[in-house]
Design a protein around this ligand. Structure first.
Ligand SMILES: *[C@@H]1O[C@H](CO)[C@@H](O)[C@H](O)[C@H]1NC(C)=O
Ligand SMILES: *[C@@H]1O[C@H](CO)[C@@H](O)[C@H](O)[C@H]1NC(C)=O
Ligand SMILES: *[C@@H]1O[C@H](CO)[C@@H](O)[C@H](O)[C@H]1NC(C)=O
Length: 261
């Protein structure tokens, strides 16, 4: 409890500047106002939902993530994605697009080193649009469309659980629909605001929660999940942001397309 109030006080001071000015430390749980003790597990059970993409009568009882809770940088900790397993120190940075009027769209930037090369940060950029199904907005579900040459690799991502681990650090479990017209299969990702990932008791609860959904597809994804490499290799660098060249996905392949680099 005390811990939460301390984190909340720090958050008030740092939230505005934390996104793009601070350097990487491997942790940024302070991005969150932590009034959400009931979402800490353990001691509380984790509320899971089936991914709405897999569930024709998706759960309207879902407790959505609080406004802005999901923005900022997350570390990818576990995934069954074979693509993600080719990289290390992978991060995911979300920020609002500056559209007027505000329409809920997000800028979506994934950044990572390849496994064998740490002098170049791959940058993958796209726009997330909130999912609407049968005229209804589905909370915490987005259609991702990468810009330029990568638009074919679009998919939908959906939060299926979120909260704080037993240390008070935010985590989320995300389901991704297949991408690249089905060439890349669906994935189940566990992400955290700490590059060590969720604490062991919370990770155990996450695994139990996924199994508790009794969904064959999710069980299969969970069974093939591996720990992604996070070794602090990007510590000391600036938190990721995407400049005018990056937003064209010029840095998505490890070379700058069209710049001769
Ligand atoms: C890294 O690995 C990729 C694929 O395995 C290979 O194509 C590339 O040449 C390697 N790069 C270096 C710098 O070794
Ligand atoms: C999404 O990807 C599919 C398959 O690659 C492609 O046919 C479609 O045009 C893409 N959608 C957008 C909005 O780019
Ligand atoms: C844009 O970002 C890339 C990669 O982070 C960097 O190499 C490049 O110098 C930047 N370009 C400008 C104009 O700042």
């Amino acid at each position: 409890m005390l811990n939460y109030w301390r984190i909340a006080a720090v958050a008030l001071i740092t939230t505005a500047s934390a996104l793009f000015t601070d350097v990487e430390t491997g942790r940024q749980p302070e991005l969150h106002l932590s009034n959400l003790v009931k979402h800490q597990s353990p001691p509380n059970p984790i509320a899971f939902r089936l991914p709405p993409a897999l569930d024709s009568c998706y759960d309207a009882a879902w407790d959505p993530t609080p406004a802005n809770w999901f923005l900022g940088t997350w570390y990818f900790i576990y995934s069954n994605s074979l693509i993600y397993q080719l990289f290390q120190d992978m991060q995911w940075t979300l920020s609002p697009t500056e559209t007027t009027p505000l329409d809920g769209t997000l800028q979506d930037l994934t950044t990572e080193f390849s496994l064998n090369e740490t002098s170049f940060v791959f940058e993958n950029y796209g726009i997330d649009t909130p999912t609407v199904k049968d005229g209804k907005l589905i909370p915490d579900s987005y259609f991702y469309v990468p810009t330029g040459p990568l638009a074919f690799a679009n998919n939908t991502w959906e939060v299926i659980a979120w909260g704080y681990d037993s240390n008070g650090v935010p985590y989320s479990v995300v389901y991704e629909t297949p991408a690249d017209a089905g060439l890349v299969g669906p994935s189940l990702d566990i992400i955290s605001r700490d590059d060590n990932g969720p604490s062991k008791p919370t990770l155990d609860a996450i695994h139990e929660g996924i199994k508790g959904l009794h969904n064959d597809q999710l069980d299969k994804l969970l069974a093939s999940e591996v720990k992604l490499k996070q070794n602090g290799g990007r510590n000391g660098q600036r938190y990721p942001s995407c400049n005018a060249t990056c937003v064209t996905n010029a840095y998505a392949y490890g070379v700058a397309l069209g710049t001769g680099a």
